[in-house]
Design a protein. Structure first.
Length: 444
C-alpha cells in the first residue's frame, strides 16, 4: 500500500484545513472531538531512537511477566505473585490463563503511555487492548500526504496491525458495547486493509471458521457482557482460531510495574531481562507499590515511603502526596483515566476516601500506588478555525508508541508502527483524550 503525497500545503491554515477535511465520513471516535495541529509533534533524533528500540524491551518484559506467573503457579517463584494477579478474576479465566494452549501467548499490540518529564521519559502503564490504532494510522497517513515524515511512515500502523494475524484468511475485529467509542476507528482500519478480509463485528458475532483470526477489542472484565466471549475463548483454547490479545488477565494489570520494583523479585528480573533491559525499565518506570492491607511485623516498613501501615498514607501532607493511586485492572475504572487519583490534587478527605477504597477492595480489585512524575511543559500549537489563526499552547504531552509483535517464540519481534502524541493544556493534571487536547502524529 502506498500513500500519495499531494501538493504541499504552504500555510498553517491550509495544512490544518487539509487535516480536518480528510477526516473519515464516519469519524474516528463516537462523540469525541479534539484540536488539530498543522504539523506533527517533533520528538528529536535521540528520543526517536529510544522509542524505536523500546518495543524490544517491552516485549521481553511481557515474556518475563508470562514466565513469572507460570513459575509462581508451579511453586518455583513466590506464590503471592500468582495470588495477587488472580485476585478478583473468575475461575474460568484463571484456568484458561494457566492452560497449556495459552502458555506462550502474549499481546500482539504493545502500547505504553509515556510522559515527557524533566528526568526523561516515564512510562505510567502498558496497554494491551489500546484504543487509538485507527486514529494514529489516519494521522500518519494524512500528515504524510502533506509531505511530513512521521514515525512508522504513512502505512506503518496499517501494515503493523495486519501483520499480527499471520496468514489468517479472515480477521474479525470484535468490539464490545463498552468499547463502542472506538468502533469507528476500527471500521476505518478495516476499510483501509480491505473488508474482504477485515471486518468489525459486534459482541454477538460467532460465525468464524477454523483458521480465522479475531482481534479482541474488549477488556476481560467486560467479557460477561460480550455474548460471543465464551465461545471465542474456547475456540482460541483449542487453537481453531488465532486470538489476540490472548484471554490472559495478567497482561491487563497495572501491578506488573509494582512487581518489577519488588526487591524479592530482583534476581528474577535480572535473569529474564538482562542487566541492560532491567536498568532501562527501572529508569522508565516510576516506583510502584501494590496496596496490600496485610499487616506488617512491628519492625517492618513499606519501602521508599517508610510507612508501617497503609492507613498512614492518609496522614501525608499535600506536598508529600506526589503519588498516583489507581485500580490495577479487571475493572470498568481501570481504563480511560477512570479510577485515577492524584494525591496532591485532592483534599485530605478526598484522598482519605480513595485510600479507604483501595484498602477495602483489595480482595477483588487491587490498587497500585505510583510516584507521580510531573510532565514537563512543551510548546505546541493548534489551529482555531473560528478565528482563522494558529494558537500557541504550552502543554503537557503523553506519547503512545504502538508496537506490533510479529513472529512466535524467540523469533518474535516488536515493530514500531507509529506514535500518537496527546498534548493537553498545561493546567490539566491527568493527560488523556479530551476536547481541549491536540492529537498529532509523532515525528523526528
Amino acid at each position: 500500500m502506498t500513500t500519495p503525497t499531494l501538493p504541499i500545503q504552504e500555510t498553517d491554515a491550509e495544512r490544518a484545513r487539509f487535516v480536518r477535511n480528510h477526516l473519515p465520513k464516519g469519524g474516528l471516535f463516537s462523540g469525541h472531538e479534539w484540536r488539530i495541529s498543522p504539523t506533527p509533534f517533533r520528538l528529536g533524533a535521540e528520543m526517536m531512537k529510544d522509542l524505536e528500540s523500546l518495543g524490544r524491551v517491552l516485549l521481553q518484559f511481557n515474556k518475563a511477566v508470562n514466565r513469572l506467573y507460570r513459575l509462581s503457579v508451579e511453586g518455583k517463584q513466590p506464590a503471592w505473585v500468582a495470588t495477587w494477579l488472580d485476585q478478583g478474576k473468575p475461575a474460568e479465566l484463571i484456568a484458561l490463563q494457566r492452560s497449556a494452549a495459552m502458555k506462550n501467548e502474549w499481546p500482539r499490540v504493545i502500547r505504553p503511555d509515556l510522559l515527557i518529564t524533566e528526568h526523561g521519559l516515564s512510562v505510567t502503564e502498558l496497554d494491551s487492548v489500546p484504543g487509538g490504532i485507527g486514529l494514529t494510522a489516519w494521522l500518519n497517513q494524512t500528515y504524510s500526504q502533506m509531505g511530513f515524515t512521521v514515525a512508522g511512515g504513512a502505512e506503518g500502523m496499517l501494515r503493523g496491525f495486519a501483520g499480527i494475524f499471520g496468514d489468517a484468511p479472515k480477521v474479525n475485529i470484535i468490539v464490545s458495547e463498552e468499547a463502542a467509542t472506538y468502533g469507528p476507528e476500527m471500521a476505518w482500519v478495516a476499510g483501509q486493509l480491505g473488508e474482504e478480509r477485515f471486518k468489525v463485528r459486534d459482541a454477538k458475532f460467532n460465525e468464524w471458521a477454523e483458521g480465522d483470526a479475531a482481534y479482541r477489542f474488549f477488556e476481560l472484565f467486560d467479557a460477561p457482557n460480550v455474548p460471543c466471549a465464551a465461545k471465542l475463548f474456547e475456540e482460541a483454547g483449542k487453537k481453531r482460531i488465532r486470538l489476540t490479545p490472548p484471554p490472559k488477565p495478567i497482561f491487563e494489570e497495572k501491578m506488573l510495574f509494582a512487581l518489577l520494583w519488588n526487591r524479592n523479585l530482583r534476581e528474577f528480573w535480572r535473569q529474564e531481562l538482562g542487566e541492560g533491559f532491567l536498568g532501562r525499565m527501572l529508569k522508565l518506570v516510576p516506583y510502584s507499590w501494590v496496596v496490600d492491607p496485610a499487616p506488617l511485623p512491628p519492625h517492618g516498613a513499606i519501602p521508599e515511603l517508610n510507612l508501617t501501615d497503609w492507613n498512614q498514607l492518609k496522614g501525608l501532607s499535600q506536598r508529600e502526596r506526589e503519588l498516583i493511586l489507581k485500580v490495577s485492572g479487571f475493572s470498568p475504572k481501570a481504563w480511560g483515566a477512570r479510577g485515577v487519583y492524584l494525591g496532591n490534587d485532592l483534599s485530605h478527605a478526598e484522598w482519605s476516601a480513595a485510600v479507604d477504597e483501595a484498602l477495602g477492595s483489595f480482595a477483588t480489585s487491587p490498587h497500585i500506588l505510583q510516584r507521580y512524575q510531573k510532565p514537563s511543559l512543551v510548546d505546541f500549537q493548534w489551529f482555531d478555525f473560528e478565528k482563522e489563526k494558529l494558537v500557541p499552547m504550552p502543554g503537557r504531552v503523553r506519547l503512545c508508541p504502538y508496537y506490533f509483535v510479529v513472529g512466535d517464540g524467540d523469533a518474535a519481534r516488536a515493530n514500531l508502527g507509529g506514535i500518537l502524541a496527546t498534548v493537553c493544556p498545561a493546567d490539566k493534571k491527568i493527560i488523556h483524550g479530551m476536547p481541549e487536547a491536540v492529537f498529532a502524529p509523532g515525528a523526528e
